[in-house]
Ligand binder design. Sequence first.
Ligand SMILES: NC(=O)C1=CN([C@@H]2O[C@H](COP(=O)(O)OP(=O)(O)OC[C@H]3O[C@@H](n4cnc5c(N)ncnc54)[C@H](OP(=O)(O)O)[C@@H]3O)[C@@H](O)[C@H]2O)C=CC1
Ligand SMILES: O=C(O)C1=N[C@H](C(=O)O)C[C@H](O)C1
Length: 271
Amino acid sequence: MSDMRLIVAGAGGRMGRALVRAIGESKGAVLAGALEMPGSELLGKDAGVLAGLPANGIKLSADLWAMSKEADGILDFTVPAATIANVAIAAERGIVHVVGTTGLSGSDNAVIKSVTNRAVVVQSGNMSLGVNLLAAVVKRVAKALDQNFDIEIVETHHRMKVDAPSGTALMLGQAAASGRGVTLDEHSERGRDGITGARRPGNIGFASLRGGTVAGDHSVTFLGPFERLTLTHQAEDRMLFAHGALKAALWAHGKKPGHYSMADVLGLSDI
Ligand SMILES: NC(=O)C1=CN([C@@H]2O[C@H](COP(=O)(O)OP(=O)(O)OC[C@H]3O[C@@H](n4cnc5c(N)ncnc54)[C@H](OP(=O)(O)O)[C@@H]3O)[C@@H](O)[C@H]2O)C=CC1
Ligand SMILES: O=C(O)C1=N[C@H](C(=O)O)C[C@H](O)C1
């Protein structure tokens, strides 16, 4: 099979630059386009140079429809509004859409799901093997422990992160809720401040720390009578996520339409 031709959305961003590097180092994929926000001062700049590589001749553009004519997939780590705009174009073009953007609302997620009867979408709040294994373990542990164990999720990220809780924290919360057989929407406690009252039994708590250059730390603690169990993942570099996204795109190339997760890509869905 010929190399998969990939577009990087948000090519001037932190993940975008990491994705351009990952594609540059890869076997089986080539960079076919670099998307940036309309009006961005980076439009027209070379994607390779921005990523710290030699020039590759792919200039940043805001025109996804034009650049996707000769592409097989798009790696999208941007902002919710951009991802939602990209969903329709990727589906119309019939290209694989890997969605890593977090901070999406319930209605954003409904829009993404609405195209998956005709389009291939791989979506995950975290593209790393370790976090997806952690989610499987959290689900199992939550199932084994009763409501005498409170569940608290703590995440730490770099000072530039704009959404909280992180997509990964919410994914781990979903895993814990599913292990317990409850819905996260009805059992989460977020942003405690002031006279909060006692903890509601069965709730899953979230806390977010921001600072420095942390790529992404997540821990899930089960707090029971006289004992605590903490499961932790620490991402050391965002290239971890870029390699995961590339793996997802190559896996999805040629798959039938559907809404896939990173657990599907990694063969962890049945754990
Ligand atoms: N699922 C996972 O494994 C991971 C997910 N993420 C998520 O990815 C997202 C991006 O993170 P990060 O790279 O750190 O953020 P950045 O802010 O560095 O990058 C986002 C980029 O998207 C660009 N952008 C904004 N609007 C558009 C548009 N309409 N079209 C094209 N590009 C646009 C921004 O441009 P401008 O700066 O001009 O606004 C910016 O260059 C976040 O939601 C983050 O949580 C991050 C790491 C891993
Ligand atoms: O914004 C980030 O940086 C990250 N975002 C993702 C999230 O919200 O969980 C994944 C990773 O933790 C890095």
